[in-house]
Ligand binder design. Structure first.
Ligand SMILES: NC(=O)c1ccc[n+]([C@@H]2O[C@H](COP(=O)([O-])OP(=O)(O)OC[C@H]3O[C@@H](n4cnc5c(N)ncnc54)[C@H](O)[C@@H]3O)[C@@H](O)[C@H]2O)c1
Length: 254
């Protein structure tokens, strides 16, 4: 009998920051592989986004929540746990923001905002998911790192600190949870043409510099994330633990 290692039929997935961009690309990929996907986003239009996926024959439901707000996160975890009936196969921590200032002027409030969403909220949800998955003896947690987890930029000290943290958080969680059937890994996108990069795309000089450094000679698109997400969410990656998988058109190799 043929076996499809990448089949996610019957699996449940939560994807944060899924209204648009890379989160939507991964949510769509998981749904197309058969998963029932819960899309979480601060943008209330995420509910309609999920309905659009359903109208294409996919299984999806939208949840509006501001992941910067700790009490909203608590409420979200309660709602998701109830809707999932206490079971969860896949978590994709993707919601993230960028705030740019030079180091000498970086406001501490902006530092707190970037760290809270890009690192603390990801840990909070990963811890919630892991507690469910430990009881099941099975589960997949996928965090969204960045090429900036390794290669730092400029004017992005909080973002790079948070993304470096995501990589290390992923490894520690993997070290503690792999023996219990839980795979914790992260994906490191390179330069992707999404809203988070508007400032870079509009800066002609920086855009040209960065494009020059991408061996694939193009910026990534949300759909470029789907294969990596499906792989790390599926039985194909059962012995893949604590890695950072670049999806970067070869950027980190230069
Ligand atoms: N685009 C890139 O080049 C790139 C590169 C490396 C890593 N990443 C990471 O990929 C992830 C997705 O980025 P993107 O490029 O798709 O950005 P994006 O801005 O297009 O999408 C981010 C999504 O997160 C949601 N979001 C923002 N604040 C939120 C909050 N407080 N609560 C809940 N949801 C919130 C937004 O509404 C949006 O739907 C981020 O973690 C980002 O750091 C992106």
């Amino acid at each position: 009998m043929r076996r499809n290692l990448f089949d996610l039929s019957g699996r449940s997935a939560v994807v944060t920051g899924a209204y648009q961009g890379l989160g939507l690309g991964m949510a769509r990929g998981l749904a197309e592989a058969g998963a029932s996907v819960m899309l979480v986003d601060v943008n209330p239009l995420v509910v309609q986004r999920a309905e659009e996926l359903c109208s294409e024959g996919l299984s999806a439901k939208g949840y509006a929540a501001n992941l910067l707000d700790r009490s909203a996160r608590l409420e979200l975890k309660r709602t998701l746990s109830a809707d999932l009936d206490g079971k969860l196969d896949i978590l994709v921590n993707n919601a993230g923001i960028q705030i740019r200032h030079p180091v000498l002027e970086f406001p501490i409030e902006d530092w707190d905002t970037v760290l809270e969403l890009n690192l603390t909220a990801a840990f909070d949800l990963a811890q919630w998911a892991a507690n469910i998955m430990v009881k099941q003896g099975k589960g997949k947690i996928i965090n969204t790192a960045s090429v900036n987890s390794l290669a730092a930029g400029v004017n992005t000290v909080a973002y790079c600190a948070a993304k470096g943290g995501i990589m290390q958080m992923t490894k520690v969680m993997s070290n503690e949870l792999s023996s219990q059937g839980i795979n914790v890994n992260c994906i490191a996108p390179g330069y992707m043409a999404t809203a988070i990069n508007t400032a870079l795309v509009e800066d002609e000089k920086r855009f040209a510099e960065l494009s020059q450094r991408i061996p694939a000679k193009r910026w990534g698109q949300p759909q470029d994330m789907a294969g990596a997400a499906v792989y790390l969410a599926s039985d194909a990656s059962e012995y893949v633990c604590g890695i950072m998988l670049p999806v970067d058109g070869g950027y980190l190799g230069r």
